[in-house]
Ligand binder design. Structure first.
Ligand SMILES: *[C@@H]1O[C@H](CO)[C@@H](O)[C@H](O)[C@H]1NC(C)=O
Ligand SMILES: *[C@@H]1O[C@H](CO)[C@@H](O)[C@H](O)[C@H]1NC(C)=O
Length: 296
């Protein structure tokens, strides 16, 4: 994502296209491996309800290790990893490949072009990532169903095979329209603002971890602001009477609750999006750097 190989200014070294995809997927998988246990811990604490008032993070963590072992933290991880291996690989690989191509042939893309590249990358990533997403949702919901209703998928591959066999292959892309359009908004905001923020901060900061973390914090915030209205409208439509359109819901929220209601829950959402955004971009940049070092 940018400034690779300063020494050879005349002919900047770029990362091969396929490598962009591998690095993108790896960065996403490394990010989720850190975020997943933290997320599980948070969910468990919320599920404790009032009884958990006194519970500490450490106490709940110890309880999980005692009852379920260390692997208890990684319930559903196979699906989350596969999601990153598909969606993460697709979106980050696609974006960096387009970015490098543009830089080499047309110069550094401007902000609207970066956003457009993010939108296209998001659509591509979401499309190839939808099957893993369907499996992930089903696997994580399984534990909450009554035993006789459970699907008991043993892992994500088992889930994918069984869904194909039992319900047909198109079921794997169920809800893809909504997933793809959300990913277009999220990635236009996230990838576009990350590379823009990175570029604008570069004159003031050394090109290293603090710069990448700062740009990613900005990107996470922009992503939160851009995606919240989409999510709120989506949730409201799901809970509204059948046939209520997104535009009707949007208009009614603005009329009854004011325009800022579209951004309610902003900080909790940022707390969720922020860490994954920062980890993913920091890992991505470090892997890019490592690749250029190893191959130089
Ligand atoms: C929380 O701790 C206080 C003091 O240690 C105790 O009095 C109270 O009963 C505890 N509440 C719960 C829900 O365990
Ligand atoms: C999953 O396991 C439960 C028992 O734990 C059983 O009642 C249920 O029928 C199983 N579901 C399937 C689809 O085999």
């Amino acid at each position: 994502m940018g400034d690779k190989g300063k020494k050879e200014a005349a002919k900047p070294r770029t990362i091969p296209k396929y490598m962009n995809f591998i690095i993108g997927g790896t960065a996403g998988m490394m990010g989720i491996s850190v975020v997943q246990p933290a997320d599980l811990l948070k969910t468990r604490m919320q599920l404790l309800g009032p009884a958990g008032k006194n519970a500490s993070f450490v106490g709940v963590a110890k309880e999980i290790v005692r009852k379920e072992g260390i692997l208890g933290f990684y319930v559903g991880l196979s699906a989350a990893l596969l999601r990153q291996a598909t969606y993460g690989t697709g979106r980050l690989g696609c974006f960096n490949a387009m970015f490098d191509w543009h830089k080499a042939n047309r110069g550094v893309p401007n902000f609207p072009t970066k956003i457009a590249m993010g939108v296209v990358s998001g659509a591509f990533g979401a499309w190839i990532g939808t099957p893993a997403e369907v499996a992930l949702i089903r696997m994580t919901a399984d534990g909450r169903l009554p035993p006789e209703m459970r699907r008991n998928y043993t892992n994500v591959f088992n889930a994918l095979i069984r869904i194909t066999r039992e319900e047909g292959i198109t079921t794997l892309w169920r809800g893809a329209g909504a997933t793809v359009s959300r990913a277009m908004v999220v990635n236009g905001a996230q990838l576009g603002s990350y590379s823009q923020a990175r570029e604008m901060l570069l004159p003031y900061m050394y090109d290293g971890l603090p710069l990448h973390a700062a740009a990613a914090m900005i990107a996470g915030f922009v992503t939160t602001v851009a995606s919240l209205p989409v999510d709120i409208v989506k949730t409201r439509v799901q809970n509204a009477e059948k046939g209520t359109s997104q535009v009707q819901v949007l208009r009614s929220v603005i009329q009854k609750e004011g325009v800022f209601a579209l951004w309610s829950g902003m900080w909790p959402t940022y707390a969720k999006i922020g860490p994954m955004t920062i980890l993913t971009f920091v890992f991505l940049e470090q892997l890019n750097k490592l690749y250029l070092q190893v191959t130089s």
